[in-house]
Design a protein around this ligand. Structure first.
Ligand SMILES: *[C@@H]1O[C@H](CO)[C@@H](O)[C@H](O)[C@H]1NC(C)=O
Ligand SMILES: *[C@@H]1O[C@H](CO)[C@@H](O)[C@H](O)[C@H]1NC(C)=O
Ligand SMILES: *[C@@H]1O[C@H](CO)[C@@H](O)[C@H](O)[C@H]1NC(C)=O
Ligand SMILES: *[C@@H]1O[C@H](CO)[C@@H](O)[C@H](O)[C@H]1NC(C)=O
Ligand SMILES: *[C@@H]1O[C@H](CO)[C@@H](O)[C@H](O)[C@H]1NC(C)=O
Ligand SMILES: *[C@@H]1O[C@H](CO)[C@@H](O)[C@H](O)[C@H]1NC(C)=O
Ligand SMILES: *[C@@H]1O[C@H](CO)[C@@H](O)[C@H](O)[C@H]1NC(C)=O
Ligand SMILES: *[C@@H]1O[C@H](CO)[C@@H](O)[C@H](O)[C@H]1NC(C)=O
Ligand SMILES: *[C@@H]1O[C@H](CO)[C@@H](O)[C@H](O)[C@H]1NC(C)=O
Length: 574
C-alpha cells in the first residue's frame, strides 16, 4: 500500500505539481530527510538563496535568452538553442489550462553576461573557468560567467530551476540568487567500448546526460583485449583483426563527431591506449609484439587466472616502439585534448617471468627486477607522448611499481581493499601520489559497473569524500584534482547503459561539483528523484530512486516520439 509523505509534501504537491510524487518504498520504513521543493537543482550549487514566495512564469513565445558575446560563438549559439528546447519541452502536458483569470508575472529574458565576451574558446581544457552566478527577478534573469563554460553550467542550472505547476504552467521562483563553482576541476566518466561496442548515438546521449550533471571529462577506454574498434589509417590491419566486425568500428569521422558533440557541452575527450597489458586485440596484427608465456619448457602456455598464452607486450622487442609511436601520433592528430591516457594497469609479471628470452635480455641489460622491465617500457611510451607535445595520464600501477614519471603526469587511482584485499586503501594512495608531486584522479570507490539490488549503490557513491583521511598539506590537496566514475562494459552495452549510469552517476557528479557539506543522502534522495524524472523527460532512461511517479509523465507515455531514447531533441545534426 502506497501512502503520501508527511504534511510538507501535501502542501507542496497541492500548490505546485512537483516533477515527481514520492512515496515510501515500504510503508514500514518511513522516509528520512528533508523533502526538496520542485525546481531543486542537481548538483546542488555552491550557494543558493531564495527570498520570495512569488513565482514567475515562462512561455516560449515570451522568453528569450540573449548573450553579450562580441564574437560569433557556436558554443553559445547552440546552447541557447538547446536550452530553449530543454526549458520548454515538447508538449506532453496536453491538458494545459488555456484561460486564466489571474494576471501572471512572466519572466521574459535570461541575459548571459560573459566577462570574456570576445573569446570563443576552441575546446574545453583543464583550465576552463566553469564558475557562474545566476539571479532571477521579475526584471529578468542574469547569468554572470567568466567564460562561455561557466555560461553553459549556468544554463543547465537555470533549466533545472523551472518546473511545472499543478495547472501545468512552467514556473520559476522569483528572487533566486545562485553563486556557483565546481569543487573539483576534473569530473569524469570512463566508458569502456572494447568489451562491448557502444554505438555513436548512445555515446552522444551519454554526453548530453553528462552535461546535465556538469561533468566535464569523457575518458574513452576505447580498446582492450576483447576488441580494437578504432579505425587506424596507419595500420588498418590492427582494426581489421581487432574489431568484432566491420560494423563495430569507430571511424575517424565518428571520433570527430563525438569530440564535437562533447566540445559543445564543455566536455573534454581523453582517449586511452592501454598497454603493455590489455593488448590481445592489438596483438592479432602484431603477434611478435606479445610476450609468449612458457610452462614446463613449452611456449604458448596460458597462466591460469593471470594471463593467456600471449597477451602482454614484450618490451624487449625493439620493433614495438616505432609502431606505438605511429599509433600514438595518430591518436594525437585525431584527439585534441592535451592528455592521452596510457593505461599501464594490471601489468602482472608472471608471463615475463616465464619467458627465457626475456630473462636473457634482462641479464644483458643488468635488470635484476621485473619492475625495471616495466619501467623500461613505460618510460619509453611516456617519452613518445611527451615528444608528441602531449601529457600522459596513467593508472596507478606504474607508480606503485616505482616507475619514475614525468612531471605533469596524472595518476588515476583505481585500487582499494574493497576491490582486492591485497590492495592498499585509496586514501593512502592519494596521500602518496600527491606527496610525490603528481596530480591524482580518484576512481576506486566509483566503479559504477558494480550493481546490487535496487541499484542503491548511489548511497555509497554519494557518501565518498575524496578528502576522507587525506593527510597531505595544501599543495598536496591542490593535486587531488577530482574523480572519475568507471563504467567497465563486460555486462553493459547500449541497451542497459542508461539505467546502469543514471541516476547513480548523478550522485558522484554532485560529490565532485557541490561543496563537501552537501552530503546527506536522506535529503539528497528527493532531489535525486526529481533529477531522475528530469532525465526521463530529456530522453535518458534513468532508473527510479524512490517509489511514486514523475508528474504527468512516465517513460513510454508520451504520445509522440519526441522522447526518442537515442536521439535527443534540439541539437543540430553533427
Ligand atoms: C538569503 O538572503 C536574505 C536577503 O538578502 C538574507 O537575509 C538571508 O540571510 C539569506 N540566507 C542565506 C541562507 O544566505
Ligand atoms: C521556491 O520558493 C519557495 C517559497 O519561498 C521555497 O520554499 C522553495 O525552497 C524555493 N525553491 C527552490 C528550488 O529554491
Ligand atoms: C484536464 O483539465 C481539466 C480542467 O482542469 C480537468 O477537469 C480534467 O480532468 C483534466 N483532464 C485530464 C485527462 O487530466
Ligand atoms: C559570483 O559572485 C561572487 C560573490 O559575489 C563573486 O566573488 C564572483 O566573482 C562572481 N562570479 C562570477 C563568475 O561573476
Ligand atoms: C573563475 O572566474 C571567477 C570570476 O572572475 C573568479 O572569481 C575565479 O577565481 C575564477 N576561477 C578560477 C579557478 O580561475
Ligand atoms: C599488419 O600490418 C603491418 C604493417 O603494415 C605488418 O607489418 C604486419 O605484418 C601486418 N600483420 C599481419 C598479421 O599481417
Ligand atoms: C651491465 O653491467 C656490466 C658489468 O658492470 C657492464 O659491463 C655492462 O656494460 C652493463 N650493461 C648495460 C646494458 O648497462
Ligand atoms: C605509501 O607510502 C609509504 C611510504 O613510502 C609506504 O610505506 C606505503 O606502503 C604506501 N602506501 C600505499 C597504499 O602504497
Ligand atoms: C578513514 O579512516 C577510518 C579510520 O581508520 C576508516 O574507518 C575509514 O574506512 C577510512 N576511510 C577511507 C575512505 O579510507
Amino acid at each position: 500500500m502506497l501512502k503520501y509523505l508527511g504534511v510538507l509534501s501535501l502542501v507542496f504537491f497541492n500548490f505546485f505539481l512537483a516533477q515527481a510524487k514520492l512515496f515510501y518504498i515500504e510503508v514500514k520504513y518511513p522516509l528520512l530527510g528533508n523533502e526538496a521543493p520542485p525546481g531543486s537543482p542537481w548538483p546542488m550549487p555552491f550557494y543558493m538563496n531564495d527570498t520570495s514566495n512569488n513565482l514567475l512564469y515562462l512561455k516560449k513565445s515570451l522568453f528569450q535568452i540573449k548573450s553579450n558575446m562580441k564574437v560569433d560563438c557556436d558554443i553559445i549559439r547552440e546552447n541557447i538553442r538547446h536550452y530553449r528546447n530543454v526549458i520548454f519541452p515538447p508538449k506532453i502536458y496536453s491538458n494545459v489550462t488555456k484561460k486564466s483569470k489571474i494576471n501572471l508575472n512572466y519572466l521574459t529574458i535570461l541575459n548571459l553576461k560573459i566577462s570574456a565576451a570576445d573569446v570563443c574558446p576552441k575546446y574545453p581544457d583543464s583550465n576552463m573557468n566553469e564558475s557562474y552566478n545566476l539571479t532571477i527577478s521579475s526584471n529578468g534573469a542574469d547569468l554572470y560567467a567568466e567564460s562561455v563554460w561557466g555560461a553553459l553550467r549556468g544554463l543547465e542550472t537555470f533549466s533545472q530551476l523551472t518546473f511545472f505547476t499543478e495547472d501545468n504552467r512552467l514556473a520559476i521562483n522569483d528572487s533566486t540568487v545562485i553563486v556557483d563553482k565546481p569543487r573539483f576541476v576534473y569530473r569524469g566518466l570512463l566508458i569502456d567500448t572494447a568489451r562491448h561496442f557502444i554505438p555513436v548515438p548512445i555515446l552522444r546521449k551519454q554526453l548530453d546526460a553528462m552535461a546535465y550533471h556538469k561533468l566535464n571529462v569523457f575518458h574513452w577506454h576505447i580498446v582492450d583485449d576483447q576488441s580494437f574498434p578504432l579505425e587506424l589509417f596507419k595500420y588498418p590491419n590492427i582494426t581489421e583483426k581487432g574489431r568484432y566486425s566491420k560494423a563495430h568500428v569507430y571511424t575517424h569521422k565518428d571520433v570527430k563527431t563525438i569530440i564535437e558533440h562533447a566540445r559543445l557541452r564543455g566536455i573534454r575527450v581523453i582517449p586511452e591506449f592501454d598497454s603493455p597489458g590489455h593488448v590481445e586485440a592489438f596483438g592479432r596484427a602484431f603477434p611478435e609484439f606479445l610476450t609468449v608465456c612458457w610452462k614446463d619448457g613449452k611456449p604458448y602456455q596460458p597462466i591460469f587466472s593471470v594471463q593467456g598464452a600471449a597477451e602482454i607486450v614484450n618490451p624487449t622487442n625493439e620493433y614495438v616502439y616505432p609502431v606505438l609511436k605511429e599509433i600514438l601520433s595518430e591518436f594525437k592528430n585525431l584527439f585534441v585534448d592535451e592528455y592521452i591516457h596510457l593505461g599501464n594497469d594490471e601489468v602482472y609479471y608472471d608471463c615475463w617471468k616465464s619467458n627465457p628470452d626475456v630473462a636473457n635480455w634482462m641479464k644483458k641489460m643488468n635488470f635484476s627486477e621485473y619492475h625495471h622491465l616495466q619501467a623500461y617500457y613505460s618510460s619509453k611510451v611516456l617519452k613518445i607522448v611527451q615528444d608528441l607535445g602531449r601529457k600522459s595520464t596513467v593508472w596507478q600501477d606504474v607508480y606503485d611499481n616505482g616507475v619514475e614519471l614525468q612531471k605533469g603526469t596524472q595518476i588515476q587511482i583505481w585500487k582499494d581493499t574493497s576491490i582486492l584485499p591485497e590492495h592498499g586503501k585509496w586514501s593512502d594512495y592519494l596521500n602518496n601520489v600527491t606527496r610525490d608531486g603528481y596530480a591524482a584522479i580518484l576512481s576506486s570507490p566509483w566503479y559504477i559497473n558494480f550493481v546490487s539490488y535496487g541499484y542503491q549503490e548511489w548511497y555509497k557513491f554519494y557518501q565518498v569524500d575524496p578528502f576522507a583521511n587525506f593527510s597531505g598539506n595544501d599543495a598536496q590537496a591542490k593535486l587531488l584534482i577530482g574523480g572519475e566514475a568507471a563504467l567497465w562494459s563486460e555486462y553493459v552495452d547500449g541497451g542497459n547503459m542508461d539505467s546502469r549510469l543514471w541516476p547513480r552517476l548523478s550522485a558522484i557528479a554532485e560529490r565532485l561539483w557541490s561543496p563537501a557539506h552537501v552530503n546527506d543522502p536522506e535529503d539528497a534522495k528527493f532531489r535525486l528523484d526529481e533529477q531522475r524524472c528530469r532525465l526521463l523527460r530529456r530522453g535518458i532512461v534513468a532508473a527510479p530512486v524512490l517509489n511514486g511517479y514523475c508528474g504527468d509523465y512516465e517513460y513510454g507515455m508520451a504520445k509522440s516520439n519526441v522522447f526518442d531514447p537515442v536521439f535527443n531533441y534540439g541539437w543540430p545534426n553533427l
